[in-house]
Design a binder for this molecule. Sequence first.
Ligand code: PEP
Ligand code: MG
Length: 577
Amino acid sequence: MTFTLHGQAVSRGVAIGRAVLVASSRLDVAHYFIAPEQAEAELARLRRARDAVITEIEQLRAGLVHDGMEAHAELAALLEVHLMLLQDVQLQDGVKHWVRERHYNAEWALTTQFEQVARQFDEMTDPYLRERKADLEQIVERMLRVLQGVGSPVAAPTVGDGATTGDPLVLIAHDLAPADMLQFKHSVFAGFVTDVGGKTSHTAIVARSMDIPAVVGARNASQLVQQDDWVIVDGDAGVLIVDPTPMLLAEYGYKQRQGVVERERLARIKNTPAVTLDGQRIELLANIEQPEDTVPALSVGAVGVGLFRTEFLFMGRGGRLPDEEEQYEAYRRAVEGMHGLPVTIRTVDVGADKPLDHHRRDEHLNPALGLRAIRWSLAEPAMFLTQLRAILRAAAHGKVNILFPMLAHLGEIRQVHAMLAQAREQLDRRGAVYGPVRIGAMIEVPAAALAVRLFVRHFDFLSIGTNDLIQYALAIDRVDESVTHLYDPLHPAVLRLVADTIAACVEAGKPVSVCGEMAGDATMTRLLLGLGLRSFSMHPTQILAVKQQVLRSDTRKLRAWAQQVVASDEPALLLAD
Ligand code: PEP
Ligand code: MG
């Protein structure tokens, strides 16, 4: 039966495919297709893993019997249940199905079948039986551990390698941490849907950077959709259609093709300089998460990187931080990847919805207001100095700017300058080679926007982080889908903060950029140009649509209109004209 779920539109385009339900705790298993002739070998891997776990449990049970203690009786019964579950026919047959018919690798097949069986447990009325889900989960975890230790997967083919069944796949999960998303960057999935998340949550941002249709905040999607259901993800409207009728499939198939035609049309302006009708040269920069993102950035004609979110080098590593060499290599690769174009490297911004370890969300009540971004860096001076040294060394290979996130206080401004001086001294003492850098501050806390002249005096350039600026100005958690309707880039207060920040920089002759999602929203381009903005940083996937707006704009005609929009009670009405 066809039904529709509504969420937040985060990434444009339409994806049509079969649903793959994944629990976030098991996301770090590999997902790839095997060649059909590898199926038996893959099943043998699974059998070996199962046998190893059976041996492990039998040894545990033997140890209990040996102890002979009464208190162990309950544990022994539990181990018995685990042994039974390991032999469970439904689990085994299901896994075989995913490997033989769908060509899933062993880990993926096992977790998929687990999701199927777990659902049945959830529906049971008997509380004892319902609790057996946790047991099943434990044995699956054990098997995964063994599998990950036993030989590694061969190649990781992607869709189109011929090893697949041909059906595109859409990933459906309750939640995906930003680090999980990154793991899927080169994956087989044609679309993503999550139950939770807001439009500018970092999960949504990474989805957008992947240019894959995605919907977040779709509430109960992971409960209502069944494994293998056909689904349509409309990333423009924020809609998920489950089990679509042939007519809907035809309609969305058409929309999908239109999207391809539109992209091809935009690709024609790739090499056209971003200059307005009145001759203003506009800088269109890329936001990146990994050094290899410089490739798509250059392919759409980005003239530099305006925001390298370095926290993705730090996340999902079980708390083990990258050392100076690893960071230096990553930054150098990004700098060299841009072939002489400038790269703005932002110091680590973990905390809130970007926890260091993706299995351990920040437990604080208000993580967005807690020890996040620069606050964390200043609280961990050794870590911070390591990062600063790595960036300074990478600056020997090309044009580098350092950007500091979430500054609000003069004391913090002084500290970052002092830390930078200290990092240089440390490198001097070692005789290490490093290069010059321009230093910038993100304006993303309302206090910073209101005190913008203080920042103008202490930095070479400013970059407006509208995602956080909106979150903090309007007091709405950017991750919380229940308040996402209040997330309004066109709120008069937000526009005033953005307009004043740009004006203060223009007045002082200091470069200013916008690097939040607002910069990549083509419906906002004319307004920002009218406010005097000449530098925009966004996902490479958005650059051409914004360039199209730039090419059609005359900034002289936009100036007065932009001031009217900012002063209006209902800016959205004026923007739509
Ligand atoms: C912002 O807040 O607008 C920004 C660019 O930083 P992030 O989205 O990484 O918090
Ligand atoms: Mg931010």
